[in-house]
Design a protein around this ligand. Sequence first.
Ligand SMILES: Cc1cc2nc3c(=O)[nH]c(=O)nc-3n(C[C@H](O)[C@H](O)[C@H](O)COP(=O)(O)OP(=O)(O)OC[C@H]3O[C@@H](n4cnc5c(N)ncnc54)[C@H](O)[C@@H]3O)c2cc1C
Length: 442
Amino acid sequence: MPDVSPAAPRGHAPSRPRSCDVVVVGAGPSGASCAYWLAEAGLDVVVLEKKHFPREKTCGDGVTPRAVRQLEAMGLADEIASHHRFIGLRAIAFGRELDLEWPRHDDFPDAGYVITRAELDALVAGRAEKAGAELRQGTEAIAVVGERPGPARGVVVQDHDRDLIEEIHAKVVVVADGANSRIGRALGAARDRDVPLGMAIRSYHSSPRADEPFIESHLDIRDREGNAVPGYGWIFPLGDGRVNVGLGILASDDRLKGINTTKLLETFIDFAPSSWCLSAESALCAPTGGRLPMGFAVGPRVGPDYLLIGDAGGSINPFNGEGIAYGYETGRLAAEVITGALAAGDLGVLASYEERLEARYGRYYRVAAAFMALMMRPALLRRFISWGMHSKTFMASVLRIMSNMLREGTVAAPELAYRVAARLLDRGGTARLPANGSTLPR
Ligand SMILES: Cc1cc2nc3c(=O)[nH]c(=O)nc-3n(C[C@H](O)[C@H](O)[C@H](O)COP(=O)(O)OP(=O)(O)OC[C@H]3O[C@@H](n4cnc5c(N)ncnc54)[C@H](O)[C@@H]3O)c2cc1C
């Protein structure tokens, strides 16, 4: 990519560019969390958001205990407590129904919330601002400063409100611009196409059951012709008369084009339990969808002076399509690494981000990758689920693994099953996360 001074600035940029310690591109879960932790550490942070809060974001709105833990750490426990709380997951498949309460875990709360992203993301971005980050809304990063390949040095931004193009210079650039990551691609990041991609779609409906204390997952979804689809459908109650209805599927690149998620969602709504009263008439908006870059299949995630976090780095959990918690976590982790690097005056320290990702997620995401391979074989998966749905204990173990709530050092069924799977993969497989080629020498 060439040096990116855009063609014709329409407004007058300030005579000297704004210079800061860190510029964060995107104020979704990952960017806002990173900005919060950087500001808390006393750094000069600018966080850019191309839209204005509160803004819509296509999502299932499911905030799991893992995400709640991070929100609490950012001091938002009271703010989220007024939203719809759920105590577990109702799994439905092959005519059976299991109410699975959230697994108990010393480090995580035992409930989650369903919160629209318009509200949730505004809350966290506001928190980052309160901690001292400069939040620039309506400001889009359109390019990276400097020659490519090379250090980022900062970004060129378009301030849509003032109709102005200017540069923001920074010691470190954090790329948190989501699944379609324009800035990540400008820096040379790409998705590993051997890893299947998730796709998801959702809509809001009115429903008499919008106060349910469980979120609902349908594990044997089919297309109109009755063929099994590798994925699941969900109904997440918002507690205000609305439910978020959607589905997520997994597909290899060559199958992606043939999939019509809108039609699959219509079919799911037709076959959902009638007690939810879902139909074309109960729909409150047209469905919207998006991609789920998972399993850390996007990289390199580290450059000489930049890091990729959240969906921009493919951090979604392949077991369940959950990305909010991993956005918060990778944002926080990146903030810790950057704080250390700037304190040491050595940007080489940024390379340790990849090592820390590997240490925290490597093994788990490799087991998840094996699960993805199972998902791509629907007949086998269906046999596994139809057998599993006969035992609440078994499915509770599956939930503990899939929600990444395993207890270290515990000798119990889910932890043992996980450890056996991980050891088998350690022996036969790769020992690193995919797409981890840092642009720094190791
Ligand atoms: C249909 C669907 C349902 C989902 N359901 C769930 C769920 O229930 N629970 C869950 O945990 N996860 C869910 N996910 C995944 C989750 O939405 C993502 O993993 C999460 O949003 C990732 O956060 P992020 O901050 O990395 O990116 P985003 O949330 O995409 O945030 C990126 C932000 O950057 C801004 N931006 C983009 N480009 C620029 C730019 N150039 N300059 C400035 N700003 C920019 C965007 O406006 C946006 O605010 C779902 C995803 C989809 C598609």
